[in-house]
Ligand binder design. Sequence first.
Ligand SMILES: Nc1nc2c(c(=O)[nH]1)N[C@H]1C(S)=C(S)[C@@H](COP(=O)(O)O)O[C@H]1N2
Ligand SMILES: [Mo]
Length: 157
Amino acid sequence: MSLKVLTVDGDVVQPLSLSFEDLAAFPAAEQVSDVSRFHPTRKGDGVTLEAVLNRARPRTTATYLTLHATADNFHASIPLAAVRSEGIVVYRLDGASLPAKSGGPIRFLIKDPAACHTDELDDCANVKFVDRIELTAGKGLDTRPETDDEHEKLHQP
Ligand SMILES: Nc1nc2c(c(=O)[nH]1)N[C@H]1C(S)=C(S)[C@@H](COP(=O)(O)O)O[C@H]1N2
Ligand SMILES: [Mo]
């Protein structure tokens, strides 16, 4: 059995547990090749968030989508309606699993994010090391920095 890298759960009809192979098997129309087209500094291939949600089927009561990175305890919760068509789940680089230095094994990307802490769909919501996508009625856990100061601290090595 192949290793599951992403769980999708919460307010959904069909909770999912996906491996690299599961994501690679999504049809071509649901794949997003070469995310450097959206972000020159970011690399890899993904699938659309929409394709993942079509399988999980959020209930009509789900209004927020929360991205959880257990690895460094970072979380972002964003309105489902706004992110639905904007999200990419990046999982592959050069045919192999996305490396940690690119935010792998799974990195979330918003196609056209706002500058950090200026909007709910901001650069900070491009969560690295995502292992769980949770759908909820109302906003979930969000640890994104809210001020320039907090932001600077987060980015210090
Ligand atoms: N897991 C995790 N994801 C994260 C962060 C983090 O600290 N941990 N920082 C966020 C912030 S504040 C920003 S601005 C972007 C930076 O992405 P980059 O390092 O690819 O430029 O990643 C976001 N994703
Ligand atoms: Mo950020």
